[in-house]
Design a protein. Sequence first.
Length: 287
Amino acid sequence: QRQMCIRDRYQRRVRGLTIAHTMSRPANALAKIASSAAIGALCLNQVHNNADHIVPPDYPYSHKGFLGGFDASAIRRGHQVYTNVCASCHSMNLLAYRNLKDVCYTEDEIKEMCEELEVEDGPNDEGEMFDRPAKLSDHFVAPYKNEEEARFSNNGAYPPDLSLIAKARMDKEDYLFALLTGYREPPSGISVMPGMHYNPYFPGGQIAMPKQLMDGMLDYDDGTPATASQMAKDVSVFLAWAAEPTQDERKLMGIKWISCLAVAAALTGYYKRFRWGPLKSRRISYV
């Protein structure tokens, strides 16, 4: 009897150690994940904290977040800013006029807009190029014919295409807003090269593009006061939308899929627990 008691104690101890080791595995895994996340956050901060420019703040745009969506009125105002200010130097070769339809303009408004623009087409029957009014299927008219013309007109600086500029920068539309509103006089001890302008949000602090937005330089169609910060915010929203025009549809589709998967998971859990569970755990005795 004494040997049986000793054996039972030994078995209980071994079982307890096994359970403790099994329970410690998830804790160890979570600890490793937490340490990896902390190291990743530190590395991310080291990448963002650059000595040659200021990191822009996180602005509360309406289209940010899982449930956020673009402001159509801001997109329309931003397109107006781009057309009157940015389009004189920057192109948007990946965006067509038809992309604006049912987003911020009606089809008739876009057609009226295209009638004022000319696009080079051809060749015709005589092998020559010709100009025609723009159509909805045409891409945005570029200000220059090629890169060489663009550099010659801007003292050697090449204005980048703005089609994907919001995704091509680390801080996306936050960087664009901070850049457009961040022009200031250089502090003492910093010399700016000829033809350059001081902007602490631009890498290196010196940018060839001068300050473009001034208070009251535009008249918005909806009567919104055209301050410099308002125009910078609107054109940043427009460029963020241009970089991903289907973002709202993608988010809506994601919500639908997550809802369907949640319902399917609930039905599966109910079926397994209350339908399949009793059948699996029942005991059949043959007499």
